[in-house]
Write a protein that binds this ligand. Structure first.
Ligand SMILES: Nc1ncnc2c1ncn2[C@@H]1O[C@H](COP(=O)(O)OP(=O)(O)O)[C@@H](O)[C@H]1O
Ligand SMILES: [Mg+2]
Length: 366
């Protein structure tokens, strides 16, 4: 059983002059799926979304929506709903008029327009602002209205380009919860563009990680976090400790390494091939490093390090510690208060981590 494909990008490529901005983009989006395009500023997210929207034409490749080839089809014939980073409401129209706009263009009967506008305003929980003008709304409310306006025509696909980026942190969290809830209610196929990895993980079924116009990885939030395809993906998603080192042995299931500072490390062997002597980047995430009870307890010689606590900061749901261990400065996140862990500044601690929590990548530029 395969789900129906709503949107398909086949070898999509876009250049501006000699600058290739989107390289060979291939993706199938299932009906009802929420996909995020995630990557740093300038990686080609908006350009790709604009090609799907019909604001830009690809230089190469095919775009298919609901089984129909869309290359050359004008934007307003693609049956899409769109929300942008900056509030794009018409300032001289009331909220109700703004939301009604797309239905008017489609020559929907007046009574039906009223009913649908009311319904969608209830959906975004703002039925009481129908008669206000955009300038009388808060930033969060304006984005909710922009979402309502995009949804009122019941589009096949909803396109969102950084819709939360102009809001302050608390509103951003509120509105992403709202988007998640809305998506559960209406189940519209959604493409969400963001540079914020947490936002992408929060909202998406799958994430497309982009770097310099190249698709680095497509996967579920779990996949992207736990099985990163490249150093770029690992670094971009979440926080991690990076060490440099050399490959000592490559065995069936593990790789043994030594960091330049001298820590012996055992890493799970993943898909990337290595040979003895390779210069590598080695990563362990802060929440995967354990602080052992006793400095003496140790029966293993790898994946352990004795260190000095440089500082620790209690951050509510976790404590973040900076520990100098074996010549490396390691960030460690612990689920307890620092005073209960013996993590005072200058304290000596023993750290360890699991083989499967070590990620190894070829050294950039080596
Ligand atoms: N109309 C344009 N003409 C020339 N270059 C452009 C144009 N639009 C975007 N670019 C370039 O394409 C790259 C990707 O831009 P964009 O898709 O907006 O990135 P993102 O949305 O990921 O921040 C950038 O280097 C940008 O400067
Ligand atoms: Mg952009």
């Amino acid at each position: 059983m395969t789900k129906k494909v709503d949107v398909e990008l086949k070898n999509i490529q876009k250049s501006f002059g000699s600058n290739v901005v989107v390289e060979d983009f291939n993706l199938q989006i299932a009906q009802g799926e929420c996909i995020s395009f995630l990557g740093p500023s300038g990686c080609g997210k908006t350009t790709t979304l604009n090609m799907i929207a019909g604001f830009l034409e690809p230089n190469q490749g095919e775009l298919i929506i609901k089984g129909k080839k869309m290359n050359g089809v004008p934007s307003n014939k693609r049956d899409l709903g769109m929300v942008f980073q900056t509030y794009s409401l018409f300032p001289h129209m009331t909220v109700a008029e703004n939301v009604a706009y797309g239905l008017k263009l489609r020559k929907v009967a007046k009574a039906e327009i009223q009913e649908r506008v009311q319904k969608v305003l209830q959906l975004v929980k703002l039925p009481h602002v129908a008669d206000r003008y955009p300038k009388q709304l808060s930033g969060g409310q304006r984005q909710r209205i922009a979402i309502a306006r995009a949804l009122v025509t019941e589009p096949s696909v909803l396109l969102l380009d950084e819709p939360l980026s102009n809001l302050d942190a608390k509103l951003r969290e509120e509105l992403r919860e709202e988007l998640k809830r809305l998506r559960q209610v209406i189940g519209v196929t959604t493409i969400f563009v963001t540079h914020d990895q947490e936002e992408a993980m929060y909202l998406s079924d799958r994430i497309v990680v982009l770097d310099h116009g190249k698709v680095e990885q497509i996967g579920t939030p779990w996949d992207i976090y736990n099985n990163p395809a490249s150093e770029f993906v690992h670094e971009f998603i979440g926080k991690s400790n990076r060490m440099e080192g050399t490959v000592d042995t490559v065995e069936d299931t593990i790789i043994r390494l030594t960091t330049n500072a001298g820590i012996s490390i055992e890493a799970k062997r993943r898909k990337i091939p290595f040979t003895v002597g390779d210069q590598v980047s080695i990563y362990v995430r802060p929440e995967k490093i354990n602080v052992l009870d006793s400095v003496k307890s140790s029966d293993s010689s790898s994946n352990v390090a004795t260190g000095v606590v440089r500082y620790s900061s209690f951050l509510g749901s976790f404590t973040e510690c900076m520990i100098e261990a074996g010549g490396e400065l390691l960030n460690v996140r612990l689920q307890a208060a620092p005073q209960d862990l013996g993590m005072e500044q200058g304290g000596i601690v023993k750290l360890n981590w699991k083989t499967e929590d070590v990620y190894v990548f070829p050294r950039k530029g080596s």
